[in-house]
Each structure stands twice: as C-alpha cells, then as structure tokens.
Design a protein around this ligand. Structure first.
Ligand code: ADE
Length: 243
C-alpha cells in the first residue's frame, strides 16, 4: 500500500513514520510512505504558500494553487503506476468524521491513499471542494497542524496491511478487533512485587485460557467502555448472559 502525505513539513512526517515497525515494513516493500512538500509546487517566485483570508480574521490560509498542484502531481504519479483510478484524498481536520478502527480497516483496503495536512488557519475552501474525498478528525481537540493526525492514521492503517506485523495474530486478537477491549496479559516472572500471574494462565488448558480471556475482555469493556459493551451485546446477545 502506498501512502502520500501532502505537507509543509515533510521531514516531520518522515522522521515519525520512518522508524520501528513501519520503517521495517517500508524496507521490506509492504508499504511505501512519501511526504510531498506542498511548497515545492507553488508558482510564487518567493515560495509563498499562504495568504490573508478574504473578509478579514486572524491568521493566514494555505492557498489553493500549491495544494491543488501538489495533489494533482501525486494523482498523476499514481495513475501512471496503477492506471486510471484516482486515489482517495483524506483531509485531516477537526471538522471531519472521527477516525476509528473500522475506518482504518476500510482505508487499509485501498492501494493508494493521499493525506492532506493543513496548517495555519486552514486551506482555501475551493481546493478542498475540488480534491478532497474524505474529511477525517482524530478527536475533538485542535492541534497546530495536520501532520500528527495524518501520522496517527497512517500508523493505524499500515499495521493492518498484510505483512506489516510479524505476528498475523496480533491484529486479530487485539483491542477493538471484535469491538471489545483486549484482556490483560502477563510475562515473566511469575511473581513480581508480590503480584502473581493468574493461575489459569499457567494451567496449560487452552480452552480454559480462551474462556478466561474472553470473560476478562467482556468485563473490562463493560467497566471501562460501557458504550462499546452496549454495542457489542446488541450484536452478541449471548455475551450478556455469559457475564
Ligand atoms: N488538525 C488539527 N486538529 C486536528 C484533529 N483533531 N484531527 C485532525 N486534524 C486536525
């Protein structure tokens, strides 16, 4: 899967996403991540990409032309490699739909994905209307720019791409996979600061361990995320009786 991030701060994005699991996944060819500097596409002689807003108001706005040309350059590159189909363009904005695991799963099916990161007071509305297919927020708070949200989304999506995680199981049994929070986990030593690992995990009885983990997931979800629990029992009426 190929990620393209349109930004004024390409080094920020590449430093954040070029290490650890995603860095290795890129080296092995499971994903590619390219930060495209919007400033490289401005037609302004001085490299300007922002200007005052019509009607007044605080701050500067990113102008339509450099954003449009940067986006078109990426779409043309994708078309040259992959044929006619245009890639989805995700504008990261606190005004967007809230990003969730389900959305990450949807995006992970795409072959190419373009993220557009705003800065300053935002981006000229006309270019958004022209190029954006999805408006997405990572939560109800305002950050200084779209780079961190784009990085959050790329991370959440990329780890679902086959081959990116070593252990195929870990994307299956994790929190949210089934709409439930993950059960507690333990490693060595068996006793730490007087706290023992739950006996059942040492029993070697896999059926019992599975049942215990499921009960723990249900109990935890009910206690910590009653909203998720309510949605889960809607679709799994047996779960409420289990507990
Ligand atoms: N840009 C600024 N704040 C944001 C948020 N919460 N989500 C997505 N993009 C943003």
């Amino acid at each position: 899967m190929h990620f393209y991030i349109l930004t004024l701060f390409p080094e920020m994005v590449m430093q954040g996403l070029g290490t650890s699991i995603l860095g290795r996944a890129a080296e092995r060819g499971h994903i590619s991540i390219e930060a495209v500097n919007i400033r490289d596409h401005t037609l302004d002689r001085h490299g300007k990409v922002d200007d005052y807003t019509y009607g007044g108001g605080a701050g500067m706005l990113m102008q339509a032309q450099p954003v449009y040309d940067a986006c078109m350059a990426v779409q043309e590159k994708i078309a040259a490699a992959d044929g006619e189909k245009k890639a989805r363009v995700v504008y990261v904005t606190p005004q967007g739909e809230i990003f969730r695991q389900e959305m990450a799963r949807e995006f992970a099916k795409e072959e190419n994905l373009i993220f557009l990161c705003g800065h300053y007071e935002g981006i000229d509305e006309r270019v958004l209307e022209e190029v954006v297919t999805d408006y997405v927020s990572i939560g109800d708070y305002v950050l200084t720019g779209g780079e961190l949200p784009a990085m959050v989304m790329v991370d959440a999506i990329a780890r679902l791409v086959p081959g990116v995680l070593h252990n195929a199981d870990s994307a299956v049994t994790e929190t949210f996979h089934d709409g439930l929070l993950e059960y507690p986990q333990y490693s060595r030593p068996e006793v730490w600061r007087g706290r023992k690992v739950p006996e059942i995990l040492l029993s070697g009885d896999h059926a019992k361990v599975d049942r215990w983990r499921r009960d723990q997931s249900l109990e935890r979800t009910k206690r910590l995320r009653p909203d998720l629990y309510a949605a889960y029992v809607e679709t799994h009426p047996d779960a409420a009786e289990d507990k």
